[in-house]
Design a protein around this ligand. Structure first.
Ligand SMILES: [Zn+2]
Length: 73
């Protein structure tokens, strides 16, 4: 994947979750980690499989991009 900020190639990698699925929650709805399983958000990983998500890192911009439409690892 090409970095959307600097247009250089990004390094592919993986983010591993812990007990619960990794989820993006809008700032105003966040109630902390213990309530996160009950709050609607965008699920990034699937707990039933490896609970991990593929991601791309740009070391020039210090940005990580997750493509939700890609098959996650
Ligand atoms: Zn970049």
């Amino acid at each position: 994947m090409v970095c959307p900020y600097c247009n250089k190639n990004m390094e592919s990698g993986i983010i591993h979750g812990d007990r619960y699925s990794i989820k993006w929650i809008p700032q105003g709805k966040d109630k902390g980690i213990f309530l996160s399983p009950f709050i609607k958000g965008i699920r990034l990983s699937d707990k039933s499989s490896s609970n991990s998500v593929g991601a791309y890192f740009c070391n020039r911009c210090d940005k990580i991009v997750i493509d939700l439409q890609e098959d996650n690892i």
